[in-house]
Design a protein around this ligand. Structure first.
Ligand code: 3H9
Length: 694
C-alpha cells in the first residue's frame, strides 16, 4: 500500500496518510503527500482536498525512528507541505480521528479547516523528545490559545481531547463521521457559505502584552526545566510569536527547533523514548505465552501504598477490592482515597465525574473469601517477611486457580514469599512507587518460579494501568533501590570528607534530580533510612563500611521533614542548614581521622552519579536488568533522573565508561570492595565497547 492514498469523488480528493501503526510522517509519507497536493493543485477537476489518516490515527508526527539519520533531512519537510497547502487555491480540510501529534498536528493546523471525531487526541509532545515543534507549531498554538497556555501545553506535553480542542477553536467541528463532515465543510467553503481564517492570521489571544512577558515566560519555563533546554527555547519562541510579525516568528521557531535537533539532549531524550518501548518487550518468553486478562483485582493492605494501588486499578477502569484486618483500618484507608480524589478534582487533574466513577470501583472487605474470584491480588503491607508470608498463605487458600499473586515489596525476596504457596509459578513482584497513583514506574520482579504467563500478565497490566513497566530480577533492592544505596551512601561519605550538605544537594539538583540525596533522606525519614542501614549492616561483607552520620542525626532526635529537622532544619518548605548538624558531621570526621577538605561541584557530581552506573553494570552482569536502557527507564520514572540526560547508564556512556571504572576503583579503596568495578564494566572498557555489546 502507498504511504499516502488518493481517492477522488465529486470534485473532492481525499488524501490518506497510511503508515501504520501511528501514521508517522516518514520520508515516503512526506513525498507522497507532496505529490498528492501537487496533483490536487494541477488537476482542475479537484475543487477541494480532505487530508485524513488511517488505522485510528491521523498522524503521530515526525518519524522518530528516522531521527538523527539522513532520511529526516530529505525534503519535502512538513513545512514544505504546509507551504503547498497555503498556496493551493482550493480548500484543504483535515479530518482527524485518533492522534494528531507533533508534526501531524502542525500539518492539520496549516489546513483551512479541521474536523475531529470524539476520539481525536491532539498534542505537541516534542519537548519530551528534547526538541521543539519545528513546523511553526509553537507560533500556531500561540495564535490559537495565547502564550501562557501554549507554554503549559508544550512543557506538560498534555494531550487535548476533541472537546477541548473545539472549545479553543483548534478544531472547527467534532463529528462521529469526520470525513462526511469535512466534505460538507469543504463544500460550504466552495459555495462561499464558510470562510476560514488561517491559524497564523488570527490575532494572538490576550494581546497587547506586558513588555515583561518574554522574561516571565522564560523564568517560568526555566523553573520547570531542571536543566532541559527545550522548555526555555519554547518560551523564547512563544514570546517571539507575541512580539514579532508572523513570518519572522515562524522563522525563529524553525531556527530554534533546528538548534535543538541533533543536540545532546534531543539525542538523549529520543534514546529514552525508544528505551521505554523496548522495556515492554521481554526476550525469551515462549511465543505462545498469553497474558491473563485482568477484569477484577484485590489489594491487600489499605495503607498509603495499598490505597494508591487501588486507585491505579480503579482509574484504569478495573474494579478493585481493598482487604484489611479491621473495619477501622479499611475506613481510614477509604477516607484517604476519598481525600486523594478530592485533591485531584481540586487541582483539575480529574473531572468530578471521572473521580466519582473511579471511587465507585473501589470496595472494601475484611473477608478474604470475598476476593476468591479476582484475577490478581496485590499485597501491599509492611515490609515484614513473616507478615507477607502469612498473607500469601491465605491468598493461596482462597484465590481461584490461575489468579496472579503479586507482592508490592520494595526489597524482600520474592522466592521466599512464593515458597509458602502451592503455586509459586503465579507469584510475582509488582513494585509501585509512592505515591502509586502518580508515579509512573511499575518495577515487575520475576521470582525463580514465576511463569512466563505471570511475567506477561504483569507487563501487559502495567501498560493497561498507564504505568511504565520494567522487568527486574529478584535481588536485594531490585533494579532501582539496589543502585540508590550507592548514591545516598556516597553523599554521606562526601559529608565526612568535608563537602557541604547544601552543596551536595545543589549539585544533584543542578544535574536535574528533583531533590538532592540528603533532602530525599529527610523526606523519606531519617529513621526509615537508618533501619535500612542497620539491616544492611548485618549482611555487609568484611571490609565494607557505611557512614554513621544518619544514625547520629537520629540519636539527636532529627527524624527528617516529619519533625521539621533532619539533615536540614525546615521552616515551612525552606531548608536551612543547622550548625548542630554541621558540628555533628565534623565530629564524625574527627573520630574517623578524616581530614576535611573542600570539594568542587564536578567531583561531587562524579562521585554521586558514577557509582549508579557501576552498580547498574553489575545488575546487567547478573541478569537483574535485561538491558542497560531498562535501568534508565527505572531511574527516570522511579527516581526523577533527568530525561534530558537519558538515564544513568546512557549518561555514563556519554561521560565515558573508563572514568566510571576509575571512580569505582578509587571508591573501592575508600569505602570497601563492594564499591569496586563490575567485571562487565572492566571488560567493556578493555574492549572499548558500550552497553550495546554487554
Ligand atoms: C515531530 O513531530 C517534530 C515536528 O514538530 C517537526 C516537523 C516534522 N514516529 O508508544 P507505542 C511507534 S516529533 C515513529 O508503543 P501507544 C513506537 O515506537 C514527533 N514511530 O503505542 C511503537 O513502535 P515499536 C512528535 C513512532 O499506543 C509504535 O509506534 N510525536 C512514533 O502506547 C507504537 O507506539 C511524538 O512525540 C513516531 N512519531 O502510543 C509522538 N510514535 O513497537 C510519540 C510512535 O516498534 N509517540 N511510534 O517500538 C507517542 O506518544 C506514542 O507512541 C503514541 C502511541 C501515542 C503515538
Amino acid at each position: 500500500m502507498a504511504a499516502a492514498d488518493w481517492v477522488f469523488k465529486d470534485g473532492i480528493a481525499v488524501v490518506t496518510i497510511s503508515n501504520p501503526p501511528v501514521g508517522a510522517l516518514s520520508l515516503a509519507v512526506r513525498r507522497e503527500l507532496g505529490e498528492a497536493l501537487a496533483r490536487a493543485g494541477q488537476d482542475d477537476a479537484v475543487r477541494a482536498v480532505i487530508l485524513t489518516g488511517s488505522h485510528g490515527a491521523f498522524s503521530a508526527g515526525g518519524d522518530i525512528k528516522a531521527f538523527n539519520s539522513t532520511d529526516i533531512e530529505v525534503r519535502p519537510y512538513v513545512k514544505d507541505l504546509q507551504a503547498q497547502i497555503a498556496s493551493l487555491a482550493k480548500p484543504v480540510i483535515a479530518a482527524i480521528d485518533g492522534i494528531a501529534l507533533g508534526g501531524g498536528l502542525e500539518l492539520a493546523l496549516a489546513c483551512h479547516g479541521r474536523v475531529a471525531t470524539p476520539r481525536a487526541r491532539l498534542s505537541l509532545p516534542e519537548l519530551k523528545l528534547g526538541m521543539l515543534p519545528g513546523a511553526a507549531g509553537v507560533v500556531q498554538m500561540t495564535h490559537l490559545i495565547g502564550p501562557e497556555r501554549t507554554l503549559d501545553l508544550l512543557v506538560s506535553g498534555r494531550v487535548m481531547s476533541a472537546e477541548e480542542a473545539l472549545a479553543d477553536g483548534i478544531v472547527d467541528m467534532v463529528e462521529e463521521d469526520a470525513l462526511a463532515a469535512a466534505e460538507a465543510l469543504a463544500r460550504a467553503v466552495l459555495d462561499g457559505g464558510r470562510v476560514f481564517v488561517p491559524v497564523l492570521d488570527r490575532p494572538v489571544p490576550g494581546a497587547p502584552f506586558d513588555p515583561a512577558l518574554a522574561d516571565m515566560l522564560r523564568q517560568q519555563a526555566a523553573r520547570k526545566a531542571r536543566g532541559a533546554e527545550a522548555p526555555v527555547a519554547a518560551a523564547e519562541v512563544i514570546a517571539a510569536a507575541c512580539a514579532m510579525d508572523v513570518t519572522a516568528a515562524v522563522a525563529f521557531n524553525e531556527q530554534r527547533a533546528g538548534q535543538l535537533y541533533g543536540s545532546p539532549q534531543q539525542r538523549a531524550q529520543t534514546y529514552y523514548f525508544k528505551a521505554e518501548r523496548a522495556a515492554r518487550r521481554v526476550p525469551g518468553l515462549p511465543e505462545a505465552t498469553r497474558p491473563a486478562g485482568i477484569a477484577k483485582a484485590a489489594v491487600i493492605g489499605s495503607g498509603t501504598m495499598g490505597g494508591g494501588i487501588a486507585m491505579v486499578f480503579a482509574n484504569a477502569g478495573i474494579p478493585v477490592t481493598l482487604v484489611d484486618i479491621s473495619q477501622d483500618a479499611l475506613d481510614r484507608g477509604m477516607g484517604i482515597i476519598a481525600r486523594n480524589y478530592d485533591t485531584s478534582v481540586k487541582r483539575g487533574s480529574m473531572t468530578q465525574e471521572k473521580a466519582d466513577m473511579a471511587r465507585a470501583r473501589i470496595s472494601g472487605t475484611t473477608d478474604y473469601e470475598a476476593i476468591a474470584d479476582v484475577d490478581i491480588a496485590v499485597e501491599a503491607v509492611f515490609e515484614k517477611m513473616d507478615l507477607k508470608q502469612s498473607i500469601f498463605r491465605r491468598l493461596d487458600a482462597v484465590l481461584k486457580p490461575g489468579a496472579i499473586l503479586a507482592t508490592n515489596t520494595s526489597s524482600l525476596d520474592i522466592d521466599a514469599i512464593a515458597a509458602v504457596t502451592g503455586r509459586p509459578q503465579d507469584v510475582i513482584g509488582v513494585h509501585f512507587f509512592s505515591p502509586a497513583n502518580i508515579m509512573k514506574l511499575q518495577e515487575n520482579v520475576r521470582g525463580t518460579a514465576s511463569s512466563p504467563r505471570s511475567v506477561a500478565t504483569v507487563m501487559a497490566l502495567g501498560k493497561a494501568l498507564g504505568k511504565v513497566p520494567v522487568l527486574a530480577g529478584n535481588c536485594d533492592g531490585f533494579i532501582g533501590n539496589r543502585m540508590l544505596q550507592y548514591y545516598q551512601g556516597e553523599a554521606e561519605f562526601m559529608l565526612e570528607q568535608g563537602a557541604g550538605i547544601e552543596q551536595i544537594d545543589r549539585v544533584a539538583e543542578r544535574f536535574g534530580m528533583p531533590m538532592g540525596p540528603l533532602a530525599i533522606c529527610d523526606l523519606a525519614g531519617v529513621d526509615v533510612g537508618v533501619l535500612i542501614y542497620q539491616d544492611r549492616a548485618k549482611r555487609l561483607a568484611p571490609g565494607n563500611r557505611q557512614s554513621p552520620i544518619a544514625e547520629r542525626l537520629l540519636a539527636m532526635g532529627r527524624l527528617g521533614q516529619k519533625n521539621g529537622k533532619g539533615f536540614y532544619r525546615y521552616e515551612g518548605r525552606e531548608r536551612i542548614v543547622d550548625q548542630e548538624v554541621v558540628d555533628a558531621i565534623a565530629a564524625v570526621s574527627a573520630e574517623l581521622g578524616i581530614t576535611r577538605r573542600d570539594f568542587t561541584d564536578e567531583e561531587i557530581e562524579a562521585r554521586l552519579f558514577m557509582p549508579l552506573v557501576n552498580e547498574g553494570a553489575k545488575e546487567l552482569e547478573d541478569g537483574t536488568a535485561l538491558r542497560a536502557s531498562d535501568i534508565d527507564v527505572v531511574w527516570v520514572n522511579g527516581y526523577g533522573f533527568p530525561t534530558h540526560k537519558g538515564g544513568p547508564m546512557y549518561w555514563g556512556e556519554q561521560v565515558g565508561l573508563e572514568k566510571v571504572r576509575d571512580m569505582a576503583l578509587s571508591l573501592a579503596e575508600r569505602n570497601g570492595p563492594r564499591w569496586g568495578p563490575s567485571a562487565l564494566l572492566e571488560r567493556l572498557v578493555r574492549e572499548g565497547k558500550g552497553w550495546a555489546d554487554a
